[in-house]
Design a protein around this ligand. Structure first.
Ligand SMILES: Nc1ncnc2c1ncn2[C@@H]1O[C@H](COP(=O)(O)OP(=O)(O)OP(=O)(O)O)[C@@H](O)[C@H]1O
Length: 251
């Protein structure tokens, strides 16, 4: 399988720091894939390379067989939420999405559809400055869905959500995957991840530690996801590099 997202031999160095080290994995459509790793493991860097925001030092990341920069209509192929900052606080939620739609050449009628999908319709007239972190997460997700993309890349979408918000997010992500979309989600909340994802990619010190089904990961030893995660990430198998050392001191 080639995967809707394919990362191949990808390395990213920042001067002496190796943030991502010869990483390869594929993300399949139709399931939710969790992207996990300790602080400083290289998750955000990997997502940024996938989304064409940083150039890799070696290797490549393809979405539907192309580099992000080669996509003719990127918003219709991939939707992304990397951070919940960056909203204009004086702007109303609906207006934020209208502006995004216009700049992406997307029909304005999509705005109400995505607001409904993320459960933000009733708050759409309010200014973003008054939104809770969870509402900002949902607004970010609504923006990612505007172009009706087949691929979604979400960095920590569960951050700031209360239990009801987490349950809604879980249903939403599963629903999107159930429609055949590719959903890649980074998260620190392992208990939540365990209830949401079908597959996991685990990185540590910039290197791959596991890629496969959650069932195979936890089932083989009858472990919880947390136990498997700690086993895979607490014992680096590669020679520590500057990046890995930084990751450990940060984690
Ligand atoms: N622009 C940059 N310049 C220098 N070093 C960087 C830069 N971006 C990331 N790094 C380093 O690369 C490593 C990986 O960082 P990255 O943010 O990708 O990890 P992460 O897994 O997303 O961590 P977290 O879970 O804490 O967000 C870290 O050691 C980090 O300090």
């Amino acid at each position: 399988m080639s995967g809707a997202i394919a990362v191949t031999g990808m390395t990213k160095r920042y001067k002496a720091v190796t943030a991502v080290d010869d990483l390869s994995f594929v993300v399949e459509p139709g399931v939710v894939t969790g992207f996990l790793g300790p602080n400083g493991a290289g998750k955000t860097t990997t997502l940024r390379v996938i989304l064409g925001l940083v150039a890799p030092s070696a290797g490549r990341a393809l979405i539907e067989g192309r580099r992000y920069a080669e996509l003719a209509h990127p918003r219709r192929v991939v939707g992304a939420v990397l951070e919940t900052g960056g909203f204009h606080s004086g702007r109303r939620g609906r207006d934020h999405l209208r502006i995004l739609a216009r700049s992406g050449g997307i029909a304005g009628s999509r705005v109400d559809e995505v607001l409904e999908r993320v459960g933000l319709t009733e708050s759409a007239h309010r200014r973003v400055g008054g939104y809770s972190l969870g509402m900002r997460q949902r607004l970010g997700l609504a923006g990612a869905l505007l172009g009706d993309p087949g691929v979604l890349v979400l960095d920590e979408p569960a951050n700031g959500l209360d239990p009801a918000g987490m349950a809604q997010l879980r249903d939403l992500l599963r629903g999107l995957a159930g429609e055949g979309r590719t959903v890649l989600v980074s998260s620190h909340v392992l208990s939540e991840v365990a209830q949401t994802v079908d597959r996991v990619v685990i990185v540590s010190g910039g290197a791959l530690r596991y890629a496969g089904t959650l069932k195979e990961l936890t089932g083989a030893r009858g472990e919880t996801l947390e136990a498997a995660f700690l086993r895979l990430t607490s014992n680096p198998t590669t020679t520590p590099r500057a990046g890995a050392a930084t990751a450990r001191t940060r984690g």
